[in-house]
Design a binder for this molecule. Structure first.
Ligand code: ZN
Length: 383
């Protein structure tokens, strides 16, 4: 057994690389340990999942139409691929997509050719040895093999970077291995919530990325379980902006319930906004979610209409009745931070249900579970 360490490209890119490695090495991974913004991954790195790499290669080759002077993307192929469509939906700068897919194919080819033990590639000196990091486009000495990390693969505020008080046009570049694994990680280790709000002359898009990561240390089996929960999950919501607490509550509640793990799990959330062609990256957030997962599991066991109620909060588009998202945010804040007044939350939910005449069972059952968390508030606060 060997241990490798992620390169140190920041918590977002390193989390994605970690998830990419877990996807490609699967049950060969025995442990994943978070050390600050990096991850130590232990396991057997001699036998990658070649069928997944081949699938990626095949889909990318079909999706890219190359002529002498330009590269185009076959939209139908991308739409039919669970993996490629997730990259398309995650991207906010549409013009870079052909270059992005091309870079991904290049890096997948490198992954396929260089089947050497990954522990020879990822050691403490990886980033420096491969000349990865911020590179000025004027700097001719930069490595031509390295690939630009686009948003949301990296945490980069726009294209420009202030260096020695001079604003320079720079990009963050990584080697082929880092690029391939971070793309695979985006596909398999992230839930994407895409909200699209059409306004008079423009369309606002908000992309919220939610990735589950170990708080300290988890087993390889738990790491695979985390991916089973996030893989292929893209949620698109029209005409409603979603707050971060509401996005978290919704994404952790739908689908199969993620029962509590023996070890601590954190959630990493980051967000991109596109409005009037203006891009904005919001500060990433890390939150321990074990208690939230426990609460959601308990709510769903006692009150089976819970996800249906959440759907109603989101789909409530009537102009005169826009309070669904407000109530969902209150509820999420109560469950996540224990800050809201639970009696007000329950009252608002009851009023919402009766006003809209919703078929969501007895709200009393939900109220009882929510109140029970109030009594154990001190316990949860101590976590
Ligand atoms: Zn690298």
């Amino acid at each position: 057994m060997n241990c490798i360490i992620t390169p140190g490209h920041g918590i977002i890119t390193d989390s994605l690389i970690m998830h990419g490695i877990i996807k490609v090495y699967g049950n060969k991974i025995s442990r994943v340990i978070r050390v600050g913004e990096k991850f130590v991954i232990c396991g057997d790195f001699n036998t990658p999942n070649t069928s997944f790499i081949e699938l990626m290669k095949e889909e990318l080759e079909l999706a890219i139409n190359k002529t002498d002077d330009k590269t185009e993307i076959n939209k139908d192929i991308v739409s039919s691929s669970e993996y490629l469509s997730k990259i398309r939906d995650a991207n906010i700068n549409k013009s870079v997509l052909p270059i992005w897919f091309n870079s991904f194919l290049d890096s997948i080819n490198v992954l396929e050719e260089k089947k050497e033990d990954l522990s020879k590639i990822y050691d403490f000196k990886h980033k420096e040895e491969n000349k990865e990091g911020r590179k000025s486009t004027k700097n001719k000495r930069r490595s031509t093999k390295n690939k630009t990390v686009y948003l949301p693969l990296g945490y980069i505020y726009g294209k420009y970077w202030v260096n020695n008080k001079k604003v320079e046009d720079v990009s963050y570049q990584v080697c082929n291995h880092c690029f391939a694994f971070s793309n695979i990680g985006l596909q398999s280790g992230v839930i994407l919530i895409n909200t699209i709000v059409k306004k008079e002359n423009t369309t606002d898009e908000t992309k919220t990325f939610i990735s589950l990561i170990p708080d300290s240390e988890i087993s390889g089996t738990d790491a695979l379980l985390l991916q089973r929960f996030t893989e292929g999950k893209t949620i698109t919501i029209y005409d409603t902006e979603m707050t971060i607490p509401a996005s978290l509550l919704y994404s952790l509640s739908i689908g199969e319930t993620l029962y509590s793990f023996n070890t601590n799990i954190s959630v990493l959330v980051w967000r991109l906004k596109l409005s009037n062609q203006f891009q904005r990256a919001l500060q990433p957030l890390i939150l321990n979610i074990n208690t939230i997962l426990d609460k959601i599991a308990l709510i769903k066991a006692t009150y089976p209409y819970f996800t249906k109620l959440l759907e109603y909060f989101i789909s409530n588009k009537d102009e005169s009745n826009k309070d669904g998202m407000v109530i969902m945010t209150e509820l999420a804040r109560y469950l996540i931070y224990s800050t809201e007044d639970v009696y007000k939350v329950i009252r608002d939910i009851s009023m919402f249900v009766s006003k809209n005449n919703l078929d969501v069972g007895s709200v009393k059952d939900l109220a009882e579970v929510l109140l029970s968390f109030q009594y154990s508030k001190e316990f949860y606060r101590g976590q």
